[in-house]
Design a protein around this ligand. Structure first.
Ligand code: ZN
Length: 433
């Protein structure tokens, strides 16, 4: 369903024609920059009393000149839809974001496939109505994750079983508390990840923990536990999860990009109809920071696989690192050089050290009207440097893909903890006896 409405900007008093497409969310906060003056205009669609729809406006209002049926092309035109990338420009009756999405996915050789993919997208957004449902329970999710880090593990387990409506055993052994955590996270964050991929990754990590030489893996895990590194890293991963639900609405159109094979960045100025870049730029920086530390785990295990010792690095450019500690001090792009032929395949699509550094040093410019982000990886000086660009939609896709990487590697943390609880602690027990 769509509604056509002409909006007047409260700042410049000029009109814009909007076609508002309906998502399955009860409250749909849409926004866009005024094409005339760049001010942010907000339209909130409330369908909680469907079939009635209620609109609320901020910084704009419905114009006195409403279209009787179709727009006449006198004003700039914008499409708005929470679930799909939208395009601005010329108004074409019937070319709704939904229909354009179908067309985008169309494959002449297999016409049925595009419809199948699209219904998968809608299904995922609907997934037990999960995104909407959990978004509304955001505070609860945050509380449960916080309780995991606290002293009262009993309360944590109780809240998990209440939330999942699933009975949990009452064991407070660390491995059982951990199991509850990962069950909770896997369930709540299912719409964001690729379930088949996660399962494969987890199986791979578990196999490794069984098959790697025990003394080398034992020494590695022992050092991660004793230094507190593994627990700290897990805590920092857990901080990211609630933030992903905060970004849920701006991630919806990015989900759609999953469906397009061989996705390429910045071909078209497809846009997102909610919030803006400023609300999410730090999220990318925060996830990449956690991810960079997760690479230490990958490096240690990769070194054990290749050279039998977590500290044994391959020679790079004639030199070699003497320890994981040295590796930890390297920059993100340098770190990749030392992960020779890594056993785990990192999706490099999501890693952009240039944009990360630019955000960290505040060398980023965002154009609200075009939704184009310009960043200056070498900027900061007085001399004008040439920037690189990325669309907001592509940026949100990077957040999504990077989050999936972080989530996968969070499972590696789980496996290493289990190794400590179920193998190393039992070994120590035996030695005492
Ligand atoms: Zn304006």
């Amino acid at each position: 369903m769509n509604t056509n409405m002409t909006m007047t900007c409260n700042v410049c008093e000029q009109d814009t024609d909007c076609r508002i497409g309906y998502s399955n969310r009860q409250i749909q906060p849409l926004s866009f920059a005024c094409p005339h003056c760049g001010s942010l205009m907000k339209i909130t669609l409330d369908v909680s009393n469907a079939p009635q729809s209620k609109f609320a406006f901020e910084s704009c209002r419905p114009s006195g000149n409403q279209p009787t049926r179709m727009f006449e092309g006198l004003n700039p035109f914008v499409d708005l839809h929470l679930d799909f990338p939208v395009r601005f420009g010329e108004y074409v009756p019937g070319h709704t974001p939904y229909l354009m999405a179908v067309q985008d996915l169309h494959d002449d050789s297999d016409p049925a496939a595009s419809h199948l993919k699209l219904s998968f997208h809608v299904e995922r957004l609907n997934q037990l109505n999960q995104l909407n449902h959990f978004h509304d329970r955001f505070d609860e999710i945050k509380t449960i994750i916080r309780l995991y880090g606290g002293k009262n593990k009993q309360l944590f387990k109780k809240r998990v079983s209440d939330f999942l409506k699933m009975d949990q055993d009452t064991s407070l052994k660390p491995e059982d508390v951990n199991a509850a955590l990962y069950q909770f996270i896997s369930f709540v964050f299912l719409p964001f990840v690729n379930f088949g991929e996660v399962r494969e990754v987890v199986d791979g990590f578990s196999d490794l923990s069984i098959n790697l030489p025990r003394p080398a893996l034992g020494k590695f895990v022992d050092s991660l536990i004793k230094s507190g590194f593994l627990a700290n890293l897990q805590r920092d991963c857990l901080k990211i999860y609630p933030e992903i639900y905060c970004a849920e609405m701006a991630l919806r159109p990015a989900f759609f990009l999953d469906l397009k094979g061989n996705y390429e960045k910045a071909k078209t100025a497809a846009r997102i109809s909610t919030k803006d870049f400023q609300s999410y730029k730090d999220l990318y920086k925060d996830i990449i920071e956690v991810f960079a530390r997760q690479l230490i785990l990958l490096a240690g295990i990769n070194n054990i696989i290749k050279r039998g010792n977590s500290d044994a690095f391959k020679k790079v450019d004639g030199g070699s690192l003497s320890s994981l500690e040295k590796f930890a001090g390297k920059t993100l792009s340098e770190k990749f050089k030392y992960l020779d032929d890594c056993f785990y395949n990192i999706d490099k699509d999501a890693i952009d050290a240039g944009i990360r550094n630019s955000i960290a040093h505040n060398n980023v410019h965002y154009d609200e009207v075009t939704q184009l982000i310009t960043y200056y990886p070498n900027g900061g000086g007085i001399a004008q440097t040439i920037g690189e660009t990325i669309y907001f939609l592509d940026f949100m896709r990077m957040i999504l893909v990077l989050f999936r990487e972080m989530h996968n590697l969070h499972h590696l943390i789980k496996v290493l903890f289990y190794y400590e609880f179920l193998v190393l602690q039992k070994d120590r027990q035996k030695q005492k006896e």
